[in-house]
Design a protein around this ligand. Structure first.
Ligand SMILES: [Zn+2]
Length: 388
């Protein structure tokens, strides 16, 4: 079985003979060929997809040394078919894989850290290192990696004999057996890798680090390479432009503008809550002093409502005061009294009005799922029962 992607990662189209076709799971057909350019998932790199003899290739896996192409329809065994891989996807992965070698090589050479985990997702690439970098060090490594791109170095694949391999220095995540392929970027990196790479570092185009988090005693770095990095930068640039327009600030000043906006917002919130309490005082003062029950319904936030209720019962505007404000389908409430137990009244009213909450003997609060007229009549009924 000839692996065309190992001879050249630039072969997009090929001809092959179908050596096997069997029905698999979920309506898929498992096809084997005498040669293939379809890269099977492995080493952190997703598989290629594409077309084979008119069938869509949805997945490619290597199982027991055999490469299985998972297709949406069967192909005749013994027939000769044309295959075409999705080149945009493949080239993007070649850029990503090569970019990963470059950045890892730079970090390994400078800090001696090992790449202990690599994943190429549909969005970004992540690399795990067994050591920690500062943000400044990471910025420096990103710059250095991009300089390797500008130098347009060759990326060579060596297939050394076991003897040559034993004398060679290279990075590897695990003990390797059988044919070992070493991807070499002169002066930058030597790594055992079965993936697909570009021929020269210049084709990677751009390596853009997106972020770094602490991970298992080391760090996990996320990045994008090539076209994906360009599209990401374009998207971010548009977001900054939109932010700049929305904030009426220069693009370089958006961070400061947001900080100022948040400060201003905090100041306004303080001002609003001060004014709300003042308005509660004014409203409470307008009630005449009287004994008995007082129920008031207002649009107020919880702090304002509590303050309002306190001012009313402490000011002698009612023996028992119920203050309510709309909240969702029901009302939030505060019950206050200097002379009666509000805990037991709130319990009674909760039972009548599908409510919840509680408090002290002086003040109780919670919510009712009921209408205003139901609340008013339950208040009279429950409070009078309690007083008698
Ligand atoms: Zn590689």
């Amino acid at each position: 079985m000839e692996r065309i992607y190992h001879q050249s990662s630039y072969e997009k189209e090929f001809t092959a003979v179908v050596t096997g076709c069997r029905k698999g799971k979920e309506g898929r057909w498992e096809i084997t060929l005498n040669r293939t350019a379809f890269f099977p998932e492995g080493g952190g790199q997703p598989c290629d997809t594409g077309v084979l003899g008119g069938a869509q290739i949805l997945d490619v896996q290597e199982e027991n040394g055999e490469i299985i192409h998972y297709a949406d329809r069967p192909l005749d065994e013994g027939s000769t078919v044309n295959g075409e891989i999705c080149w945009e996807e493949r080239f993007s992965r070649m850029q990503g894989h090569s970019g990963e070698h470059i950045l890892t090589g730079c970090i390994h050479n400078r800090f001696g850290y090992d790449n202990v985990g690599f994943h190429m997702g549909s969005e970004e690439i992540t690399i795990d290192f067994n050591g920690v970098l500062t943000q400044e060090e990471l910025d420096e490594m990103e710059t250095e990696a991009n300089e390797v791109i500008y130098r347009n170095l060759p990326i060579e694949i060596l297939v050394p004999s076991p003897q040559e391999l034993s004398e060679m220095e290279y990075r590897s995540k695990k003990k390797l057996e059988g044919e070992v392929r070493i991807a070499v970027i002169p002066g930058v990196d030597r790594c055992a890798c079965c993936g697909t790479h570009v021929a020269r570092t210049g084709e990677v185009g751009l390596i853009k680090v997106l972020g770094m988090i602490h991970y298992k005693g080391g760090v996990r770095i996320s990045l994008l390479c090539g076209r994906k990095a360009l599209l990401h930068c374009r998207k971010r640039q548009k977001q900054v432009a939109a932010l700049s327009a929305a904030l009426a600030a220069k693009q370089d000043d958006v961070t400061e503008a947001v900080k100022r906006l948040k400060e201003e917002n905090g100041r306004l919130e303080g001002e609003i809550s001060r004014l709300r309490l003042e308005s509660a005082e004014v409203k409470a003062a307008a009630f005449p002093k009287k004994d008995g029950l007082l129920a008031v319904f207002e649009e107020m936030d919880p702090v304002q409502l509590r303050k309002y209720c306190t001012l009313l019962y402490e000011g002698g505007k009612g023996t028992i005061v119920l203050a309510c404000s709309r909240k969702g389908d029901g009302y939030q409430y505060v019950l206050g009294s200097a002379s009666h137990d509000m805990r037991s009244l709130s319990k009674k009213m909760n039972a009548c009005l599908n409510g919840r909450g509680g408090g002290s003997s002086l003040m109780a609060q919670g919510s009712f799922q009921a209408e205003e007229n139901e609340i008013r009549s339950a208040f009279c009924r429950c409070a009078e029962e309690g007083i008698q």
